[in-house]
Design a protein around this ligand. Structure first.
Ligand code: ZN
Ligand code: ZN
Length: 348
């Protein structure tokens, strides 16, 4: 048996003792070493996000671990190897997959939604996940909670592919949750000057992650501030890292002509926003969306973390044993810290 966080139905998450998974010949068994919780997990727990969620699934899509069992026909993997898991299991056949947009796969299935995820002692890696490259080994050993962050980092890298950041650019990141802070770090790493906008308590972390300027302003005051900071021009790129509708209109006023806005965050279902289309027309502004990540992004994220190209350790503020699941979830809800990691506890 093993401990696992089981989502029986929306609103009913419980820590229970479940059978330790068994694997087929073409599968792997991973001992989880860390699973970080994100805002999406809270939405899954509360039932405000239900698409693709199988009742009874074990939650957790940001995890890293170690191979403890290798199926008889599996090649190229061995017991003891540290691995990071890209949670998107794709078909490889549908038009988006064929176009290289596997993050938009028509039959996307995710760990922590459809397949049992990382809030457990062990995870079975099904054959479909093996075939399409979900398992990535870092080039060198990495502290497990840091390696778990390859998942959110890969999503940020996918976003940057859509709206590349280059040296000398000025980037406004709206939203200073862990994802916004990762965007601050990536944009600063690329040589951009970063303006971060978010909650007062998150502005010091934003500076620690590379933001040159921080502000808690919103609306017209934010627009005025950004214009002042950019000689009246506006920024080259706005990354919307918070799903707040009021940030959409202001972001169009903060971007320079010819600039771009990346709708990185998910917005609450059913939300609508009014914008002035002439601002987009006359100022040639690009509106771009990005969601999830491609395998290449995950591989790059693992490499960046392992090689220390980017330091995400300031994000890891809390670690809880899995048997303190409620406390860990509470810490995420109350925004006590930035990223909360859970490490498995042995079944007793
Ligand atoms: Zn996540
Ligand atoms: Zn597909």
């Amino acid at each position: 048996m093993m401990n696992a966080a089981v989502l029986h139905k929306p609103g009913h998450l419980s820590l229970e003792s479940v059978p330790r998974p068994t694997i087929d010949a073409d599968e792997l068994l991973i001992a989880v070493e860390a699973n970080t919780i994100c805002g999406t997990d809270l939405r899954l727990m509360d039932g405000t996000k239900t698409a693709g969620v199988r009742p009874g699934v074990i939650l957790g899509h940001e995890f890293a671990g170690r191979i403890v069992e290798v199926g008889a026909t599996v090649q190229g993997w061995s017991v003891g190897e540290q691995v990071s898991i890209s949670p998107a299991v794709v078909c490889g056949q549908c038009p988006p997959c064929q176009r290289g947009q596997e993050n938009m796969c028509d039959s996307l299935r995710l760990f922590g939604y459809e397949f049992d995820g990382g809030l457990a002692e062990y995870v079975r890696i099904p054959a479909d996940a093996m075939t399409h490259g979900c398992v990535v080994a870092p080039p060198q050993e990495v502290p497990a909670p840091l390696l778990a962050l390859a998942e959110p980092l890969s999503c940020c890298l996918n976003g940057l592919r859509r709206t590349p950041v280059e040296s000398g650019m000025t980037v406004l990141v709206i939203g200073t949750g862990p994802i916004g802070l990762m965007h601050c770090a990536l944009a600063a790493h690329a040589g951009a000057r970063v303006i971060a906008c978010g909650r007062p308590g998150r502005l010091a972390p934003a500076r620690a992650m590379g933001a040159a300027v921080t502000t808690e302003l919103s609306g017209e005051a934010l627009r005025d501030f950004v214009l002042e900071e950019t000689g009246g021009q506006g920024v080259d790129l706005v990354i919307l890292a918070v799903g707040a509708s009021e940030s959409i209109a202001v972001s169009i006023e903060c971007v320079r002509s010819g600039g771009a806005i990346n709708f990185f965050a998910g917005f609450p279902k059913g939300i609508l926003s009014s914008i002035d289309p002439n601002l987009i027309h006359y100022r040639e502004i690009s509106l771009v969306g990005s969601a999830n990540a491609r395998f290449e992004d995950h591989r790059q994220a693992v490499q960046m973390i392992a090689e220390g190209q980017i330091d995400l350790s300031p994000l890891l503020t809390h670690t809880f044993p899995l048997n303190q699941l409620d406390e860990a979830v509470g810490a995420v809800r109350e925004r006590l810290g930035l990223k909360v990691a859970l490490v498995p506890t042995a079944h007793d």
